[in-house]
Design a protein. Structure first.
Length: 318
């Protein structure tokens, strides 16, 4: 009976998702018909964002991260970080350490890559995917610092974001035991040159996917917002939902709602830890050819966002 109910709920959920996608595509077509210049401007702005804000850091950090993971000199040193957390292998610990600065979808791409190379087991990869979702700290500091001009708020939200992941890591990995059988890292100088060129190829492949998803996500958000403006609908809950689509514009959306300061900061902490649907789609694109669970990843992002919201609300209530 429970199995039948679960199946029917799954089918119903898929129908809802398909209906929503159809609605968004329809809205985009309507906007192309009546506001073509605005649509093209939105696409160009998305491409500009990708070229100047997304491509440089992901390209650089992805290549550096690949080398750190695969070159013994770097790998053996970085893998010593966070020994207090019960990772089963040095590869997992290294990826977790790098994810603090790398962020998604690059972290999920590294996890998928290491699973394909049999350096990480699928079960451990699923755990790592759930607890290695950080937003670039430089972005958080830059955005919050310029927005609030208050270093206490900036540092507090940054630390809450990091702490929420570490809380999840503790509970997910508390029963793990370290295994020496999956920690061997070996590479010679000729392989190092090959690894550099392979990393460049993988980075560009990743970034092309990211570009397409960013453009599509921003198009969807623009189409929905444009219709809401024409219909003169200004429901805060609708704009909170739209804020979940993309992190950068979503943070501005939350601030522009002019909610009480404590609630605004808590919602910002939630969105930073949640990551935005655009990033989630990018992660899905990175793991689609593996047995990594996107559903589990998404549930953990909701949980991480909730933890950050509660911690932030408590901190700014003191």
């Amino acid at each position: 009976m429970l199995g039948k109910n679960y199946t029917s709920m799954t089918v119903y959920s898929k129908k809802l998702i398909n209906a929503f996608i159809f609605l968004v595509v329809f809205l985009i077509i309507i906007n192309i018909a009546f506001s073509p210049q605005a649509i093209f401007t939105n696409v160009l702005n998305s491409l500009e964002l990708w070229v100047f804000k997304v491509y440089p850091p992901i390209f650089i950090f992805y290549i550096l991260s690949s080398l750190i993971i695969n070159v013994p000199f770097f790998h053996n040193r970085v893998s010593k970080l966070f020994r207090i957390i019960n990772f089963r292998s040095s590869h997992e610990r290294t990826i977790f350490s790098l994810s603090l600065f790398l962020g998604n979808p690059a972290t999920s791409a590294l996890i998928s890559e290491n699973i394909h190379q049999n350096k990480i087991k699928i079960e451990d990869g699923n755990k790592l995917l759930c607890i290695s979702s950080f937003l670039n700290p430089l972005f958080i500091i830059s955005f919050l610092g310029s927005t609030f001009n208050n270093y206490k708020i900036t540092i507090a939200i940054l630390l809450i974001h990091i702490l929420s992941n570490f809380i999840l890591a503790y509970f997910v990995l508390r029963n793990n035991s370290y295994s020496n059988s999956i920690n061997h890292v070996e590479i010679n100088h000729s392989n190092l040159i090959i690894e550099i060129f392979d990393s460049i190829e993988r980075a560009n492949y990743l970034l092309i996917k990211v570009c397409g998803i960013i453009v599509t996500s921003n198009l969807c958000k623009f189409a929905i917002q444009n219709i809401l403006i024409k219909l003169n609908l200004h429901n805060p809950l609708v704009y909170l939902f739209l804020a979940l689509i993309e992190v950068t514009s979503g943070l501005y959306d939350i601030i522009n709602l002019n909610l009480p300061v404590k609630l605004t900061l808590s919602l910002i902490a939630f969105l930073i830890s949640f990551g935005g649907l655009s990033i989630h789609l990018q992660v899905y694109a990175m793991i689609i050819n593996t047995r990594l669970s996107f559903k589990r990843f998404f549930l953990f992002r909701m949980l991480q966002g909730l933890i950050s919201f509660i911690l932030c609300f408590i901190v700014f209530s003191i």
